[in-house]
Design a protein around this ligand. Structure first.
Ligand SMILES: [Zn+2]
Length: 360
């Protein structure tokens, strides 16, 4: 999207309030740096890549369990091997997860917008609606994806008990700072709450401490090494949080939470004719999201047909969309797999929900 020079021209030409609307359809190629950030992480920590590969080997079993359920409903199940059975037993048809969240907020004015409790509560509510498929857009999806769209019955709740056992709002304010999007951020390291008990979200305006304040967010996929070191996170720009941005761009927080649960951009790897057969290993490693020619594909901008002539799921939360609306079945499987990983499974355990004050 938009580089610094373009940005400065734009900001002088239009007011801050109209600016946010002006840039929405033109997503930045760098508006979310999850792909390059996680690729770098795997180069630096080969053990993290090995952990991810082991995690992903399980997904085929989850998907065969889903297929088994569908076949069983239709009354024609042939056979099931022992690997499948464990997942049929382990994965509920209506999974329900609660995840305790702490927001660390650095400075309360981001690009002129205020970050306060109300904005955060609203943003989290919207993200829960997105995940649960409760938005108006969820029913307004291209016909090609009506049978593929899916939602995850998950709720992110602000923590009610802090690591010392004291009551908390789940929102902690700090003085202004920057760089929470950088791997070894001292703010992240110093201020984190136990990554195995809390999902940590860091709200800063300048995510990479490079003077750029229009990067929306970044997140890392599940990795126990990062959780051990207190570095697991979503880092997000307060200027794009909840009511500080427009109705569609609010869902970019949902997009980052998707990364946190192991989802990759739907445009990763672009569109290659031979890759469709290896869809579980290439691109976003998900088979029911058609490949995209580029990140810039929307009905009014770049079109929605890929290099194979397929309609893409341009409304997917893991794309850069003008109308965020849905996840797919395979993405939900992948998130469930991510939630069951060693880096995430403790978050939603019953004992942890009590310990962090978010149990029903
Ligand atoms: Zn992203």
């Amino acid at each position: 999207m938009i580089n610094k020079i373009t940005l400065s021209i734009l900001t002088t030409a239009i007011t801050a309030s109209t600016f946010a609307h002006a840039i929405q359809p033109e997503f930045s190629a760098h508006h979310c740096k999850a792909a390059e950030t996680n690729a770098q992480h795997y180069r630096n920590f080969p053990s993290a890549l090995i952990e991810a590969q082991a995690r992903h080997e399980k997904i085929a079993n989850i998907q065969s369990a889903r297929k088994y359920s569908a076949q069983a409903k239709q009354g024609h199940v042939d056979s099931l091997d022992s690997t499948d059975t464990s997942f049929v037993m382990g994965i509920s048809a209506t999974p329900s997860y609660v995840v305790p969240v702490v927001f660390h907020v650095y400075g309360t004015v981001h690009n002129g917008d205020t970050v306060n409790d109300a904005v955060i509560i609203d943003a989290l509510y919207k993200t829960n609606e997105d995940f649960q498929g409760q938005t108006a857009d969820y029913s307004d999806i291209d016909s090609e994806f009506q049978n593929v769209k899916d939602h995850l019955n998950i709720e992110f709740r602000l923590a009610g008990i802090d690591p010392n056992g004291n009551p908390t709002t789940g929102i902690v304010y700090h003085s202004e700072s920057s760089g929470a999007g950088n791997y070894s951020s001292s703010d992240v390291k110093n201020d984190h709450w136990d990554n195995y008990k809390y999902m940590n979200v860091y709200i800063q305006n300048d995510l990479y401490a490079d003077g750029v304040t229009n990067n929306s967010g970044v997140a890392w996929y599940p990795d126990s090494g990062m959780s051990d070191d207190g570095l697991a996170r979503v880092a997000y720009n307060g200027a794009y949080l909840g009511t500080n941005t427009d109705e569609n761009f609010r869902s970019v927080l949902t997009h980052e939470f998707g990364h946190f649960m192991d989802l990759i951009h739907t445009f990763e790897g672009r569109c290659k004719r031979g890759a469709a057969k290896r869809c579980s290993q290439t691109g976003d490693e998900v088979c029911d999201t058609p490949q995209q020619n580029s990140w810039q594909m929307n009905p009014g901008d770049g079109g929605i047909l890929n290099c194979l002539g397929q309609t893409i799921n341009w409304q997917n939360f893991m794309a850069y969309s003008d109308q965020y609306a849905n996840f797919t079945q395979d993405q939900v499987d992948r998130m469930i797999n991510g939630l069951n990983s060693s880096a995430r499974a403790s978050l939603w355990s019953a004992s942890n929900l009590s310990a962090t004050g978010v149990a029903n």
